[in-house]
Design a binder for this molecule. Structure first.
Ligand SMILES: Nc1nc2c(ncn2[C@@H]2O[C@H](COP(=O)(O)OP(=O)(O)OP(=O)(O)O)[C@@H](O)[C@H]2O)c(=O)[nH]1
Ligand SMILES: [Mg+2]
Length: 595
């Protein structure tokens, strides 16, 4: 088997091409630094079975951010038969250096001029024959996104592989490959083969940016856009949510209850009130999360995230962070884990750590479920959306407080230049691939954690045998009372305390645990909450859930990304402390005010 690596600057469409060729679901997004890890897949190129490797983008071969190092270490350690250098056709002048470096290393390389569709729209013409001749390397123009030119490029790659010798260590001699005359060489190549229109006509992107990046309008517009996205998520997701709830109820009534009528009470309890009620309560939120990820995918593919980084850069700099950290916080709204990994694009370790300390505060989709449930149960329908909005604000406030407190310890000042890619209309295919990938991931996590979590909660709330379910004599009851000195002052009672403990493993378990602990599901569970919990206690519980320790996967990611036990401990202990203080201040303050 041959091995071929996809190499190029960030945001040139390597992962898009990788997906197109291999049918994979690698993550694609319209901002630099989407891929931060290796992805591999097999594909037949001509007569060769090829292992294709998608690398993180590199600005050049001497880059030293953690994602660039991933690419470089791969090239240093692995043997490759050929590389495909992916360039953005609209920026050939800036990107040819990488191709020339490959050539200097003597590696068989195919130069791919991607985004041919965009270049054409901009009026840029490239004579690929002439460029190939000048470079003495095969060149193919294509559009990874729409597929044109891909078969021809593959034919060229097959040809290259036919002629290639044995695989080689790619970059052993990387330091020797510097060439001072490269700039001149690029200039003459571009002059000979690329025709750029005298003045690039003003593109739609520029027109949009004049409004979107407006000094005063930019930020308010951004917040409006975010608000609109969240409104839309609920507008589309809520009816679906009711549908799933009804379906679970129907199956229970029509099939499971009659089927289990003869089973022993304990078994029936575990299956119906434990597993089925737990899974059903969580499943009701799946449509919401699905819609959420589809919207997130569309926003990510449009290029607006880079604008968000640009708009917030000045503000984030005051926190000791930069615009990229803001984008990661937004990504954290989906799931904290990829957002934590995404910080690899930061070269500066202190800033990267500070950013990783703040990301777990961003309100991820798993926590969103808990809040949607509680807000709907305890607050009036008209108020619930504002409660959710308030929690997003609280999430951001926790980020700000954390950054301000720790920026001295993780001080850095790395100059940051954000590149603004053109806006791209999200394609259905892309949004589907990305959205579906996220949804699958979410479901896998949810079902694993929830299935076992729900069983564990059921056992804790029903053992020892003979104790009243979820009563003070069960194991859960003991744990709950043991926690009371700490959680009582926050208005969190014994039962809620048990749910919080499971929330440490994964926030998805929390509402499944509610269902099991109270022995109720759906509307009945919500009604129970609205009877037993006032808005102050509910808000205190939500604030605690929002801020306290991220889930186990996030902790594992913090550990593996920081490679520091001390930092991981800080990243676990600090949020717990902040959560306690916040909830305590809120709960006691409100009670003191007479609420
Ligand atoms: N118009 C157009 N857009 C493309 C094409 N190929 C990729 N894109 C878009 O370019 C953006 C970047 O694509 P990715 O595949 O994530 O780029 P990448 O090179 O893997 O980026 P990093 O992982 O950050 O290095 C996405 O918005 C794609 O939809 C193309 O042929 N034409
Ligand atoms: Mg990529």
């Amino acid at each position: 088997m041959k091995r071929v690596a996809l190499l190029g600057m960030p945001n040139t469409g390597k992962s898009t091409l990788f997906n197109r060729l291999t049918g994979s679901h690698a993550r694609v997004g319209n901002w630099p630094g989407v891929t931060v890890d290796l992805a591999t897949a097999r594909v037949l190129v001509g007569a060769h079975m090829v292992e294709l490797v998608d690398l993180p983008g590199l600005y050049d071969l001497h880059g030293f951010s953690d994602d660039e190092l991933v690419a470089r270490h791969f090239l240093e350690a692995a043997q490759v038969d050929a590389v495909v250098v992916v360039l953005n056709s609209s920026q050939v002048d800036r990107q040819l250096a990488l191709a020339l470096q490959m050539k200097a290393l003597g590696l068989p390389a195919l130069v791919v001029l991607n985004m041919a569709d965009e270049a054409k729209r901009f009026g840029i013409e490239i004579d690929t024959e002439r460029l190939a001749h000048g470079l003495e390397m095969p060149v193919a123009a294509l559009s990874a996104r729409y597929g044109s030119g891909v078969p021809e490029a593959m034919a060229r790659l097959a040809h290259l592989l036919d002629a290639a010798g044995p695989p080689r260590d790619a970059l052993v001699r990387i330091a020797l490959a510097e060439d001072h005359k490269r700039e001149e060489q690029i200039e003459s190549l571009v002059k000979a083969a690329v025709i750029v229109p005298e003045r690039l006509s003003e593109q739609a992107s520029d027109r949009i940016d004049r409004v979107v990046l407006h000094p005063w309008l930019g930020l308010p517009l951004f917040f409006l856009a975010m608000l609109a996205v969240f409104q839309a998520v609920f507008w589309v997701g809520s009816p679906l949510q009711d549908g799933v709830e009804a379906a679970f109820e129907l199956v229970r009534r029509a099939a499971l209850e009659p089927l289990l009528a003869a089973a022993p009470a304990l078994v029936r309890g575990l299956l119906l009130d434990g597993i089925w009620a737990g899974l059903g309560t969580v499943a009701a939120f799946v449509p919401l999360i699905v819609v959420f990820f589809f919207f997130l995918a569309a926003v990510e593919d449009s290029g607006y995230l880079s604008r968000a980084a640009f708009l917030t850069d000045a503000f984030m700099a005051r926190l000791g962070l930069d615009g990229r950290a803001f984008v990661m916080l937004l990504m954290g709204f989906g799931c904290n884990v990829p957002a934590l990994m995404g910080t690899r694009v930061m070269r500066d370790r202190p800033m990267r750590l500070l950013s990783m300390l703040t990301i777990p505060m961003s309100l991820c989709s798993a926590r969103l479920q808990v809040f949607v449930f509680l807000a709907a149960a305890v607050f009036a329908p008209a108020h619930a959306p504002w409660v959710l909005f308030g929690l997003y604000v609280a999430s951001f406030a926790a980020v700000v407080v954390t950054a301000l407190l720790f920026r001295g310890r993780f001080a850095s000042r790395e100059p940051f230049v954000i590149e603004l890619p053109p806006y791209r209309m999200p394609t259905a295919r892309q949004v589907w691939l990305r959205g579906w990938g996220e949804v699958k991931h979410f479901l896998r996590r949810a079902t694993n954690f929830i299935f076992f979590g729900v069983i564990a909660v059921w056992l804790l709330t029903h053992l020892p045998v003979g104790a009243a379910p979820a009563g003070p004599d069960t194991i859960a009851g003991w744990i709950g009372s043991a926690m009371q000195p700490v959680l009582g002052p926050l208005g969190i009672d014994e039962k809620l305390a048990v749910a919080l403990i499971f929330g440490f493993v994964a926030k998805e378990i929390v509402i499944g645990a509610f269902a099991v602990i109270y022995g109720l599901e759906g509307n009945a569970l919500a009604a129970e909450f609205s009877r037993n919990m006032d808005w102050v206690a509910a808000t205190s519980f939500m604030l605690f859930t929002l801020i306290y320790t991220p889930c186990l996967s996030a902790v594992a990611t913090l550990r593996s990304e920081s490679k520091s036990f001390g930092f991981t401990s800080l990243a676990v202990a600090w949020p717990v402390a902040l959560a306690w203080v916040t909830s305590f201040a809120f709960y006691q303050g409100m009670r003191a005010l007479g609420f």
